[in-house]
Each structure stands twice: as structure tokens, then as C-alpha cells.
Design a protein around this ligand. Structure first.
Ligand SMILES: Nc1nc2c(ncn2[C@@H]2O[C@H](COP(=O)(O)OP(=O)(O)OP(=O)(O)O)[C@@H](O)[C@H]2O)c(=O)[nH]1
Ligand SMILES: [Mg+2]
Length: 288
């Protein structure tokens, strides 16, 4: 599926009836905030309850991504022999705009494979990643003490989609201050819903993970009565939109190079044609 193999589409169509069964939990935050360490702890908590757990770690298309994937692998290594756990790291380089679609597809496969819980780790850096984590039923935003300036850089969007805030690395100084900052920020914002809970964890020591898991469970109980359908509907519309955009993108891509395209470029260079008419010609050809 990730390699866009021609057989993938048929398989996904067959799998579709089995999707929509899992609880999808988004874990997002800046690089190095301890997301993978937290996910590792959550895997353990959910396994203790007898759940089948799938993990999708989406890696941003940064030139440094190799390291992060390796980090995710190492952090969760101890679970790799557990048949109830499946971990997939996805590099996103080279798939412009298709990130939401690929992630959705990988999630569908894990749902069909019977995973009760799917943990979706993303680095909350850009719009693409925000779109991805939007697919989760419950979104946890991970912050660390001393994030002060960073909060400005943090996309407003990601704050809005948070159902739960975690201040990880609570062993570091300024933890209380960080908690206050988040609270102030939330109270200042326009709130349509209840203020999301703020939890503190020390993921590297396994502290607060059990409480986090319980809070996530509570959010799911609330979601059952309020908002689950909206979340599912959003997910389906994102997916449909992304399938269409990817389709358009691949058909457009073919027209953006090749002999006919080069000839048009030559004509524009020679001022025999203006770029707008040239574009019209290509677009007309595509519609046909
Ligand atoms: N002091 C302290 N360090 C922690 C804590 N949790 C994680 N770390 C450390 O923070 C570093 C980054 O942890 P990761 O779990 O890889 O963070 P991440 O957010 O998944 O990183 P990326 O996937 O690269 O964005 C590691 O060296 C962890 O050991 C914590 O509670 N306290
Ligand atoms: Mg990680």
C-alpha cells in the first residue's frame, strides 16, 4: 500500500467493510518531546488489558527522518516480539499531499487485522501532520517543560484539535510553570467545549502512564455519547478528499513533463504562446 502497488487498491476495497472498529489515539508534539517513549508505555498498559495494539509512527518529510524512525524502533523494541503488537513506521518523503491517504490506508489494514487500539504518532510540525492526527478519535498533544517560546511557533491548529495535553519530562524544572502556561493559553482561547485535561508524565520512568491510559479511556467513554459519529464522518471525508486529490495529482503529473509539455515551453519562450493559453491547452486535453 505504501509503495502504491497497483494491487493495493483492490485489497483496500475488500478491507473497507472491516474498518472503523478500532480506537484511534493520536500522539503529537514537537520532535524529542518523548512521544515514542510515551507510546511504548501505553502499549504496555493496553496490552495488560488484553488489547491488540497497532502503532503507526508517521515521520515528517525532513532530511533528518532516518534518525527519528530509528528512534521509534529502538524506543518500542521490547514489544516487537509480542504477537499482539504491530509497529509500522512510515516515512512520508516523496508523497506530496498523500500523507493523510496513506495513513488512513495503513490504519484500515490494522483495523481489519483486528487491532483494538491504534496509536498514531506524528510530529506536529506542518499542516500535513495536523491533517493526519485529525484522523484520530482522541488527540493527545505532548509538551515538555520550557516550551514557552515554542508555543508561539506551535500551529494554532494543533492546539484546537487537542483533547488532552500531556506535559512529559515532568522530572525537569519548570513543570508547574508549563502547566500554568497551558492552562492560561486554553482559558484565553475560544472554547466551544470543556477545557481539555492536562496531565503530567515522566515517560522515561514509566510515571503517569497508567493515569494517561485511564484518561484516554474516559475520553472514549465521553466520545461514545458525543462526537464519535462526527469524528468518523470527518475521517471518511478526509479520506475521500485525499483519494480524489491523489487521483488528480497523478493524472496532472503526467501532463507536467514530456514532449508535448516541452514543446509548449519552447513556444512560450519564443513568445509564440502565452503561459495561460498553454495551460488552457493542457487542461482541455486532460478533460477530454
Ligand atoms: N528527562 C526525561 N527524558 C525523557 C522523558 N521521556 C522521554 N525522554 C527522553 O527524551 C528523548 C526523546 O524521546 P522520544 O520518545 O524518542 O521522543 P519523540 O517525541 O518520539 O521523538 P521524535 O520521534 O524524534 O520526534 C529520549 O532520550 C528519551 O529517553 C522524561 O519523562 N524525562
Ligand atoms: Mg518518536
Amino acid at each position: 500500500v505504501e509503495n502504491r502497488h497497483p494491487s493495493a487498491r483492490g485489497l483496500l476495497q475488500e478491507l473497507f467493510p472491516f474498518s472503523g472498529r478500532s480506537r484511534i489515539i493520536g500522539i503529537t508534539g514537537s520532535a524529542g518531546t518523548g512521544k515514542s517513549t510515551l507510546v511504548d508505555g501505553l502499549i504496555e498498559e493496553f496490552c495488560k488489558k488484553g488489547c491488540q495494539v497497532g502503532i503507526v509512527a508517521v515521520d515528517p518529510s525532513s532530511p533528518f527522518s532516518g534518525g527519528a524512525i530509528l528512534g521509534d524502533r529502538i524506543r518500542m523494541m521490547r514489544h516487537s516480539g509480542n504477537p499482539d503488537v504491530y509497529i509500522r513506521s512510515m516515512a512520508t518523503r516523496g508523497h506530496p499531499g498523500g500523507l493523510a491517504k496513506s495513513t488512513c490506508e495503513v490504519i484500515s489494514i490494522l483495523e481489519a487485522a483486528g487491532k483494538d487500539i491504534i496509536l498514531l504518532e506524528t510530529v506536529g510540525v506542518g499542516q500535513d501532520e495536523i491533517d493526519v492526527v485529525r484522523m484520530a478519535d482522541v488527540v493527545c498533544v505532548i509538551l515538555v517543560p520550557g516550551f514557552g517560546d515554542e508555543i508561539q511557533a506551535f500551529k494554532a491548529g494543533i492546539m484546537e484539535i487537542a483533547d488532552l495535553f500531556v506535559i512529559n519530562k515532568a522530572d525537569l524544572p519548570e513543570t508547574e510553570q508549563a502547566e500554568r502556561q497551558v492552562r492560561v493559553m486554553l482559558e484565553m482561547g475560544e472554547q466551544k467545549k470543556a477545557l481539555p485535561p492536562i496531565l503530567k508524565t515522566i515517560a522515561s520512568q514509566g510515571k503517569g502512564i497508567c493515569g494517561l491510559q485511564k484518561e484516554i479511556d474516559r475520553l472514549f467513554v465521553r466520545l461514545q455519547s458525543d462526537g464519535k459519529e462526527t469524528k468518523r464522518k470527518n475521517r471518511v471525508s478526509w479520506m475521500l478528499r485525499d483519494i480524489i486529490v491523489s487521483g488528480i495529482y497523478s493524472s496532472v503529473e503526467a501532463c507536467l513533463s514530456g514532449k508535448a509539455f516541452d514543446e509548449l515551453v519552447e513556444q512560450i519562450l519564443k513568445k509564440k504562446l502565452d503561459p495561460y493559453s498553454a495551460a488552457d491547452r493542457i487542461l482541455k486535453g486532460m478533460k477530454g
